[in-house]
Design a protein. Structure first.
Lengths: 388, 372
């Protein structure tokens, strides 16, 4: 059975060239990047080359990059590192839990948090952010691209508002990095987090852009790594991989990889909608990253759909990756105004650089047929409808 | 293996269902492991009287972990399916409501009827499985003569779970497998060892899965508090059989028929709860002899081995899980088969509304209903 992977917003396969780049740093070049000797110098140089590469992807200076363990750490470092009891923070109702739960924690320690809503397309209105500003507002944290819908937020407009109000602006760009070009100065953000494994580097590495002059309290105490912003011996193979993945991403934009992925995504989306009734795109009408399509199929149970497709070799998801079996309807889709049953009937398809036209053909052969079978067997509308 | 089938196994993370999965896999079937996530065990943690940490229970992370490890060990796909909403609606809410009305509910039967053999069968069918197998100790057989699917008591009588399965319809039985029906528990553990299952010696679960520590009164308090609902005032009088008021009680949900302890009155001879009168909140008490009764009525009857009760039949009837079936006549009340009258040969002690009456003809489950 061929296995087709269309869940790249959960994680991506490490690109062969990225794996090749990191490989020597497990054995051949094993030094601690803080060591004085030759071994340390070798790995220090590799870490700094990677920093240059990530900085070029984001349009910032290398010194403004802090390597982290991933998106969650970057989000937490940005949020917890800037705020104190009594501060006010503005975020949105559709953030990833790495931001939402960090903000919930802030509320527990005496901060105030405003969660701005989104419209039916999943977009934050910058005017809502402006109206939420208070005299004690310290930070705005609004994501660049949503992980479930792929909807790209008006971050530049929010950046202007933050600058006018002299408030820090953090954006979680985990689902944007590698998919759309990023320029921290155009966005006007002070902090921006990215994650390696969402852009074809391995799990366990990420980076946080911290604008020069931003005073950030660290999450960990220890050595003076990363200019005392992130203690702990550097994950050199991971950092090298992130540097290589950033380089690949930049080259990809030059080649037009993003347009190719968008074309595949559009064909998948149109093919599914053409063959399936009572289905539609969540976030339709909003700008989206090129790889993501979140589609509702009324009268199906998304969980059963994911399992059925997996048993046929197609990997997709109902939303955020969650292994514990929690089945709360997606907070993102609910915030967009979807009914709970439609939110539960929504499936996220997310493509990566490795996906081919043939993958899309196979998905198009599987998805409409599976939807039809699930609907036929649905307790809500099928022939086995449960009698009250 | 002449006919490999696609079978979904309901895996709880315990020995029985794990062994079922391993057996069916070894027989060459295409097995899919499913765990139903039904209740968040941490949900009421921290409420008064509720433990902070609950481990080793159905739906706990530990059990999901165990089930996942088994699935990985035997090489089958495994998924957790979440049915917390339905479980709360069809099992937990009625459980609380029954106690508050003075009855003593059996949540396991509700769970079997509404979740394991309804919702799970739907999921199984949707994902392409022909049948669902569980680790229940019971047998299911097709009877050519009557053209009906039969539910029968298992070989290991000490583990007999047919009492909780009386609600299964013909359609449900036709798609259900109970592979442990012919085995004893020690044999199951031995097979688990042979299959290399690390949890072969895991202790059996005994209590109601969502009531930590088995204290249902505290559970009801915590559950209502969590929902922002006040515990309804069901306090009232303690009354003797002859109508004499001998004291007061703090709420009918604290009592069950046959209970002796906790009545809060001192008398010469031991007193038992004879009846709970939900409408006027009275708890009627009396001596042991008043607990015995020869008849009961059961409603919402499900018939399995027979299509209808056109004439009275002799059966043996079980009125609670740990009850030796007692000989009785079974006849319908009214025109349909929804309500029945059971007349025992010998009076039975503590017939309890809310429990099930399950009718047997030898090993065969004739059907069952809810004692009213």
């Amino acid at each position: 059975m061929p296995r087709i992977y269309l869940d790249n917003n959960a994680t991506t396969p490490t690109l062969p060239e990225v794996l090749d780049a990191m490989h020597p740093y497990f054995g051949e070049h094993f030094g601690n990047a803080s060591s004085i000797h030759h071994h340390g110098q070798e790995t220090r140089a590799a870490v700094e080359r990677a920093r240059d590469s990530v900085a070029s992807l984001l349009g910032c200076r290398p010194a403004e990059i802090v390597f982290t363990s991933g998106g969650t750490e970057g989000d937490n470092l940005a949020i917890a590192g800037l705020t104190n009891a009594g501060d006010h923070v503005i975020t949105s109702s559709i953030e990833h839990h790495a931001v939402l739960h960090a903000c919930k924690h802030l509320e527990e320690i005496g901060c105030e948090v405003t969660y701005v809503p989104v419209d039916g397309r999943g977009l934050v209105d910058p005017d809502d952010v402006r109206r939420a500003l208070r005299s004690n507002t310290k930070l705005i944290s609004i994501m660049m691209a949503n992980n479930e819908t792929g909807v790209v937020q008006p971050v530049e407009g929010i950046g202007e508002i933050a600058a006018e109000a002299d408030v820090y602006f953090h954006t979680d760009a985990v689902q944007a990095a590698g998919k759309v070009p990023i320029d921290v100065n155009r966005i006007g953000c002070d902090l921006l987090s990215i994650s390696g494994h969402k852009m074809h580097a391995p799990q366990g590495v990420g980076a946080l852009y911290v604008r020069k002059g931003t005073r950030l309290e660290p999450l960990f105490y220890g050595g003076r790594h990363e200019r005392s912003r992130r203690a702990g011996t550097e994950n050199v193979p991971g950092i090298v991989a992130l540097g290589k993945a950033a380089e690949s991403a930049r080259q990809g934009f030059e080649r037009g990889d993003d347009q190719k992925i968008a074309a595949l995504r559009d064909r998948l989306q149109q093919g599914i909608l053409a063959q399936t009734e009572e289905a539609g795109v969540n976030g339709d009408g909003a700008p989206r990253v090129p790889n993501t399509s979140n589609i509702y199929f009324d009268h199906i149970d998304g969980e059963a759909m994911v399992i059925s497709l997996d048993l046929k070799g197609l990997a997709v998801s109902t939303g955020a990756a969650c292994s514990s079996g929690a089945n709360e309807p997606s907070h993102v889709l609910l915030a967009m105004g979807l009914r709970a049953d439609r939110a539960r009937a929504s499936i996220r398809f997310s493509l990566g650089k490795q996906n081919t036209a043939e993958d899309i053909d196979i998905a198009l052969a599987l998805v409409p047929e599976t939807v039809a079978r699930l609907r036929e067997l649905s307790p809500v509308c099928g022939k086995h409808a449960i009698k009250a | 293996m002449p006919n490999p089938q696609t079978i979904a196994v309901a895996m709880s993370g315990g020995v029985d269902s794990s062994t079922v999965a391993a057996m069916l896999r070894a027989e060459g079937h295409n097995v899919i492991g499913l765990t139903m996530q039904l209740w968040n065990q941490r949900r009421l943690a921290g409420h008064e009287g509720m433990p902070e940490q609950v481990t080793g229970r159905c739906c706990s992370l530990d059990d999901v972990y165990d089930a996942r490890r088994v699935a990985e060990h035997i090489g089958i796909p495994y998924y957790v399916v979440n049915h917390e909403e339905r479980f709360e609606r069809d099992v937990v809410r009625p459980f609380v409501a029954e106690y508050l009305s003075g009855r003593t509910p059996i949540p396991c039967s509700l769970c079997n009827n509404h979740l394991k053999f309804d919702q799970l069968l739907v999921v199984a069918q949707q994902i392409g499985a022909d049948r669902v197998a569980t680790g229940h100790y019971a047998r299911v057989e097709y009877d050519e003569n009557s053209g009906r699917w039969l539910l029968k008591r298992p070989t290991d009588r000490s583990k007999d779970q047919t009492y909780f399965l009386f609600g299964l319809t013909q359609e449900q039985l036709s798609r259900t497998l109970f592979p442990l029906g012919g085995m004893t528990k020690p044999e199951v553990r031995e097979l688990a060892h042979k299959q290399g299952l690390a949890l072969a010696e895991k202790p059996d679960s005994q209590e109601i899965c969502f009531v930590p520590g088995g204290d249902y009164k505290r559970f009801i308090d915590a559950y209502l508090a969590e929902n922002g609902e006040a515990l309804p005032d069901t306090a009232g009088e303690l009354v003797t059989e002859s109508g004499e008021v001998i004291g007061e009680h703090g709420g009918i949900h604290n009592f069950t028929v046959g209970q002796r302890k906790g009545l809060g009155v001192a008398t010469g001879s031991p007193l038992y709860v004879i009846q709970i009168n939900g409408a006027d909140k009275q708890v009627i008490v009396g001596s042991d002899e008043h607990l015995y009764s020869r008849t009961l009525r059961a409603r919402r009857v499900n018939l399995i081995s027979v299509e209808d009760l056109h004439e009275p039949i002799q059966v043996s009837v079980k009125i609670r899980h740990r009850h030796e079936p007692a000989s009785a006549m079974l006849e319908k009340v009214g025109d349909d088969d929804d309500e029945v009258l059971v007349t025992f040969d010998q009076p039975q002690r503590a017939i309890t509304p809310g429990q099930a009456a399950v009718f047997y003809a030898g090993d065969i489950v004739v059907g069952g209903g809810w004692i009213s």
